[in-house]
Write a protein that binds this ligand. Structure first.
Ligand code: FEO
Ligand code: CA
Ligand code: CA
Ligand code: CA
Length: 658
């Protein structure tokens, strides 16, 4: 749930956006606030002048190291900026069109029932597109091709809004305190079936995209009925055994799949983000998992699932939460394949999992843990990617090293390995194996002195430039004395974007350089401390960066979550094109806007840059089934508002942003 006031404190309402929960990082890792306060003087920090001062210092260092050469070059976006939108429909730049695609309830197979909102069932929902579209991935068909006109689309379904999905205006307030009186067993099962992901074969025909309904690839992955294998160092550990799974190797379902990634071998990575919200109940007094669960905010008590499925009640199944919070790998080329939870990539509120093949062939996966004061991670595979043998890459994500980031003064990042037996990760601190380190990734990272960030969302490597972009969405709870060099505003209601530059393009290196690309907010509001390039218009200024995409030319596009009318920056969320080079660096231009109440997710370009896939998540959030603030995309009084994909193409068929 978004804040209702861009400047003021967060609103502590029962929330679907778990990352808005109370921070659970109680470690006192030096946030560099002390160092900065010493260096620049406490009065400056408290006055808020720090942001500018710290920025100057960091940029200066970067210039000295030759990281950035001033030049007149730009990324060369060429479209007319759109206007401020607070309306109930999408807006796309002139000369472009948006096609609504795969809205909630779309039948995915020839046998799937048509969407009937008044009589929805779980049996129907498992065969139809799920709710709250988030991550979007695309691979060309056949495998190994860069086919931009025919491929497999992957769409995450992060969570459900029962007050918008089901007739009867089920109250959100009802979820504040279990038991959830309105939520029947069938409604819970529909919700579980609407979570997860959709895999769909799609093709372009006469300039429009269509679903191939009789495809051998189409499938749903859900929280209700999809069996998954737990693999990597945690598989079979005592702490993931439950009464339904004595071996600790098989989990039913995946939840809160926010962003994700597509691997170089064409599999779909689904990140499990706010898993804590699905659990209820209380642990027995003195239970050994108490500290672990507390660090992740378990149980969150947002959903009624534990009333009907005892595995979501921690008083009955205290180990079940340890089976969520992972990255799930799905082979989209084999509909019958069992998804795999890759535990080597750590357990936290995974926002996404975007990867790149390093120059030495190893695969590096960048990941954010989206909660206030949590961390940025990367995983470096032990083995190398084999482009000639897809099967050889199958278990690459089971062996390797997980690192957490410490952002230091002077513009360097130290990547600290999370390895059992190294440093503080020993029995003395309660770790008996690498499995323990991975189950309690956050506590391990606390002990290693990682830098607490302002809610790391997407972390995206740019394959053209080898730079890496981190979207820090916001952190209204950071106090002025808690700022650090990489998170220089306290509070930070508008977020910022960090650019990392690996040394010689080596993503596996133990260090990197970093710089702040832009601090978001409004440039005409002094207290925002926004640092967009002065060329940026008022429409180009945004807050709350969430997902980012890199187009085939290596240009950066940013989508947002939190720019609502009456709230942060007073307009709907959307997509902005962001200059990263030369004198234009930091200039932002508004390209696309979502309907009211929605956040913008998914940005993903087809390999030729002529199609941009976008996800409209939670349109009409904050209203109700009977009186939704928009009936996007059907605009029919008999249809509920529906999350959907929107496919953007240029009317003349050219490259997006050309
Ligand atoms: Fe699900 Fe971090 O957004
Ligand atoms: Ca997100
Ligand atoms: Ca992305
Ligand atoms: Ca978000």
């Amino acid at each position: 749930m978004k804040r209702t006031n861009g400047i003021g404190p967060a609103v502590d309402a029962p929330s679907y956006e778990a990352s808005e929960d109370i921070p659970t990082n109680t470690s006192d890792n030096p946030t560099m606030g002390d160092i900065i306060a010493r260096r620049y003087g406490r009065r400056d920090v408290l006055r808020g002048a720090l942001a500018v001062t710290a920025m100057t210092a960091v940029s200066g260092t970067a210039l000295l190291s030759g990281q950035k050469q001033a030049s007149a070059t730009t990324n060369g976006f060429d479209f007319a900026e759109i206007d401020f939108n607070i309306g109930d429909n999408i807006v796309v730049a002139e000369g472009y069109k948006g096609q609504v695609f795969l809205p909630w309830g779309t039948p995915l197979t020839p046998d799937a029932p048509a969407f009937d909102p008044m009589n929805q069932t779980a049996a129907a929902q498992v065969q139809q597109v799920g709710y709250n579209h988030d991550f979007i991935g695309y691979v060309g068909l056949p495998y190994g091709s860069d086919n931009p006109d025919h491929g497999i689309l992957m769409v995450n379904h992060e969570y459900t809004n029962e007050e918008l999905m089901f007739p009867g205006d089920l109250g959100r307030q009802d979820r504040a305190e279990p038991p959830f009186k309105d939520m029947t067993a069938e409604l819970v099962d529909i919700e579980m079936a609407a979570h997860g992901g959709t895999v769909a074969e799609i093709r372009k025909s006469n300039g429009a995209w269509e679903l191939v309904v009789d495809s051998p690839y189409n499938r749903r992955v859900t929280a209700l009925d999809t069996q998954m294998t737990l693999s990597g160092p945690v598989a079979g550990h005592d702490r993931v055994k439950t009464s339904a799974d004595a071996a600790g190797t098989t989990v039913i379902g995946t939840i809160n799949n926010c962003a994700g990634g597509v691997t170089p071998w064409g599999t779909y990575l689904m990140a499990e983000e706010n898993f804590h919200g699905y659990f209820m109940g209380e642990l027995a007094e003195g239970h050994p998992e108490a500290t672990n669960h507390q660090r992740y905010g378990v149980p969150g008590g947002w959903y009624a699932w534990g009333q009907y499925h005892k595995r979501f009640d921690v008083s009955q199944e205290p180990n079940e939460p340890n089976r969520f919070g992972w990255v799930v790998e799905v082979d989209v080329f084999d509909r019958d394949s069992k998804p795999v939870k890759r535990t080597a990539l750590g357990r936290f509120k995974h926002e996404g999992a975007e990867s790149i093949v390093n120059s030495d062939g190893r695969v590096v996966v960048y990941m954010g843990d989206d909660q206030r004061f949590d961390y940025v991670y990367k995983f470096v595979s032990e083995g190398k990617f084999n482009p000639d043998d897809r099967e050889a890459n199958r278990d690459l994500l089971d062996s390797g090293t997980l690192y957490v980031a410490r952002f230091d003064e002077g513009g360097s990042v130290a990547w600290i390995p999370l390895v059992f037996g190294e440093g503080p990760l020993t029995a003395e601190n309660g770790f008996a194996s690498q499995a323990d380190v991975l189950i309690e990734t956050r506590r391990a990272a606390d002990l290693l002195g990682a830098t607490p960030m302002d809610r790391p969302e997407d972390v995206e490597p740019n394959p053209v430039t080898n730079k890496v972009y981190i979207a820090l969405t916001n952190n209204t709870r950071r106090e002025a004395e808690q700022v650090n060099v990489a998170n220089p505003r306290g509070p930070n209601p508008h977020g910022h974007i960090i650019e990392m530059t690996p040394p010689n393009g080596d993503h596996a290196a133990a260090t990197s350089e970093w710089d702040i690309l832009v601090q978001c907010g409004r440039m005409d509001v002094a207290e925002d401390g926004a640092t967009f390039n002065a060329k940026t218009t008022i429409n180009g200024q945004f807050g709350d960066p969430d997902n980012v995409a890199i187009d085939p030319k290596g240009r950066l596009w940013v989508s947002t979550d939190g720019n609502s009318p009456g709230g942060d920056l007073g307009r709907n969320d959307g997509v902005w094109a962001m200059e990263t080079e030369g004198e234009a660096r930091g200039t932002s231009t508004h390209f696309f806007s979502v309907p009211v109440g929605a956040e913008m997710c998914g940005p993903r370009f087809a390999p030729d840059g002529r199609t941009l896939f976008l996800a409209i998540q939670h349109p009409a959030e904050g209203s109700s089934y009977s009186e939704p603030s928009t009936r996007f995309p059907d605009f029919d009084a008999n249809m509920p508002v529906r999350p959907a994909v929107v496919i953007v193409t240029k009317e003349d068929g050219g490259e997006i942003g050309s």
